[in-house]
Design a protein around this ligand. Structure first.
Ligand SMILES: CC(C)(COP(=O)(O)OP(=O)(O)OC[C@H]1O[C@@H](n2cnc3c(N)ncnc32)[C@H](O)[C@@H]1OP(=O)(O)O)[C@@H](O)C(=O)NCCC(=O)NCCS
Length: 171
């Protein structure tokens, strides 16, 4: 798996690597065992995403061995996110013990997505504050597909853009 070094976290190197269908079991295990408490993925979610590589990229966030910049050993998987159509970020999750210490910000800084689909009704809280802290603003609020009615008050997804983007930039 091709991996990119992003920086250091708790004296361990941070890498991101794009997943392939070979990583399906590892992803499924991570979401079942580590994320399940906070977020439930339907069976087939990862398989669908990995099977449409032209549209979706699933990125794994992993830690290498302490004090090393390069790491040949298998990485410890601590998070993941999905990049849709190159510049839309969603499904961004870190293992709960590594949250709130700058790792998410490091990943965001590296990828600099043009749009973020932030789910505001996460069991762990509304993450829009995290993105705002890192230079994004809410451009629009929409309701996800499963929400009936689609009234404004049902909106549970915030579409976020870099805070420097102005309305007329969208043409
Ligand atoms: C959201 C998430 C990826 C952020 O990564 P992180 O490493 O925890 O974030 P960072 O440490 O880089 O930044 C945290 C900052 O954002 C702020 N923030 C606001 N709302 C937040 C939230 N819901 N979760 C985490 N941080 C939040 C924090 O207050 C913190 O500011 P501070 O440094 O002044 O205290 C991670 O917390 C996570 O996996 N959360 C659960 C799942 C989730 O909500 N995912 C987003 C789906 S769109």
């Amino acid at each position: 798996m091709e991996k990119t070094h992003l920086g250091t976290f708790r004296r361990r190197p941070v890498f991101v690597a794009r997943c392939t269908l070979d990583d399906l079991d590892a992803l499924q295990q991570f979401s079942d065992a580590v994320l399940r408490r906070d977020y439930f993925f339907k069976k087939g979610h990862w398989q669908y995403l990995l099977s449409s590589p032209h549209l979706n990229a699933v990125w794994a966030i992993g830690l290498g061995a302490k004090g090393r910049k390069e790491s040949d050993e298998p990485l410890e998987l601590v998070g993941l996110f999905v990049q849709h159509a190159k510049s839309i970020l969603y499904n961004f999750f870190l293992r709960d013990d590594v949250r709130g210490q700058g790792l998410g910000g490091m990943v965001l800084q590296h990828f600099q997505p043009q749009t973020i689909r932030a789910k505001m009704d996460m069991s762990t809280g509304d993450p829009t504050g995290f993105y705002e802290k890192h230079g994004y603003r809410v451009a629009k609020k929409v309701a996800s597909k499963g929400v009936a009615g689609k009234r404004e008050q049902d909106a549970n997804i915030a579409l976020m853009v870099p805070a420097t983007t102005h309305e007329h930039d969208h043409g």
